[in-house]
Write a protein that binds this ligand. Sequence first.
Ligand SMILES: Cc1cc2nc3c(=O)[nH]c(=O)nc-3n(C[C@H](O)[C@H](O)[C@H](O)COP(=O)(O)OP(=O)(O)OC[C@H]3O[C@@H](n4cnc5c(N)ncnc54)[C@H](O)[C@@H]3O)c2cc1C
Length: 393
Amino acid sequence: MTVEHHAVVVGGGIAGLAAAASLLQEGWAVTVLERASAFTEVGAGLAITPNGMSALAALGADAAARTAGHRVRMTGTTDEHGSWLLRVPPAGPSGSGQEIHGIHRQDLHGVLLAAAHGAVLVTGTRVVSVTPGAANGARARVDCVSAKGAVSYDADLVIGADGLRSTVRSLVAPATAPRFSGKSSWRGIVADSALVTEDVTIMWGPGTEFGAIRVGAAQVYWYGYTSSEEGHRWPDEKAAALHHFRTWADPVLPLIDRTPGDQVIRHDVYDLAPDLRTYVVGRVVLIGDAAHAMVPTMGQGANSSLEDGACIGLLIGRPVNGGVALQAALSTFDALRRPRTQKIARQSRSAGRVGAGLDSRISIAVRNTLMRVVPAGSAMKAGASVLAWRAPA
Ligand SMILES: Cc1cc2nc3c(=O)[nH]c(=O)nc-3n(C[C@H](O)[C@H](O)[C@H](O)COP(=O)(O)OP(=O)(O)OC[C@H]3O[C@@H](n4cnc5c(N)ncnc54)[C@H](O)[C@@H]3O)c2cc1C
């Protein structure tokens, strides 16, 4: 007789839903606990890179993600006046030869919700405490509060996918906490079919990066990543963004200008410090931003969360079904996922220092000169190894 294993996933974001979908594929019973009153995402976009698409393929959700998103071309980076700093040689229909899809975050979330069909999805339920149990002994317990009162769940496995300010992480690894990056990011979605074509826009100016990517036939996502004081709020975020970018070349101002004012959002940007020494405690495993929140300069936070989610089923759910001890499976997960995701977080910090991290005229001039002479291939090497990841067979 096969024993059905039960996992509790804390957090119904990109990482949590991907983990739920991968465990369901392995025949586990899954409960997802989400503190918000509905499963949803912020009004912004992102780029699914080949590694994220491989994770989605492992969940059987790649076709749906391609349909929901929009295939785009990486063409390179310009300065704020639109003059090329780094130009990716055209190679096939997607420019870099890599398949990249822009997608609205709510659409990606919808794709993952469909893939997690069969999980028990519980909203309006905040996890307040986790007893990790022992990988080779007592089951874990998750305690929550909801409008109906306190409720507890026993689990063979608890996945802490509750984001940057993870309650699960604070219980199992209290020394690691969010660290403000000195940056915040305006983000918006604009209804448009003409301003930006299939080419991804990336522009670097003093202390600032602007990016735009088509996420649908008639929708473009843009972001403006710049220096900021922690917690600062502008009375009118759209007006502040228009002022900040007033001297930048097209398509920057038209994109901001055409975005409805109440849909221009801004978030301070954090990563985690110090790095976690392990993602695993007892029967608890941390994934996504809870484990390795990173600055968005390589566009890998959500993509690495998709990888984590797929690996929960492939590296833990499947082997445990096959008779491997949970402790061994958790150790394998930690040994494979922690070095990779912490390396991407470090690379993202370094990329940020070279791009929006520079604000003195002299250092920007030196960087721009170097970028114009360095062959695109060698400049893109670090990123290439990140994108080359494929889900374990
Ligand atoms: C400005 C900005 C731009 C970005 N751009 C990109 C990009 O272009 N590409 C990319 O790949 N990544 C990008 N990222 C990173 C990406 O957004 C995150 O890495 C990704 O969303 C992490 O997903 P997650 O599921 O781990 O966490 P989250 O999306 O934060 O989900 C956590 C969930 O847990 C729930 N929760 C929290 N606490 C509890 C609790 N106690 N009990 C129950 N539920 C709880 C929350 O409500 C939430 O639904 C960006 C991030 C920022 C800030």
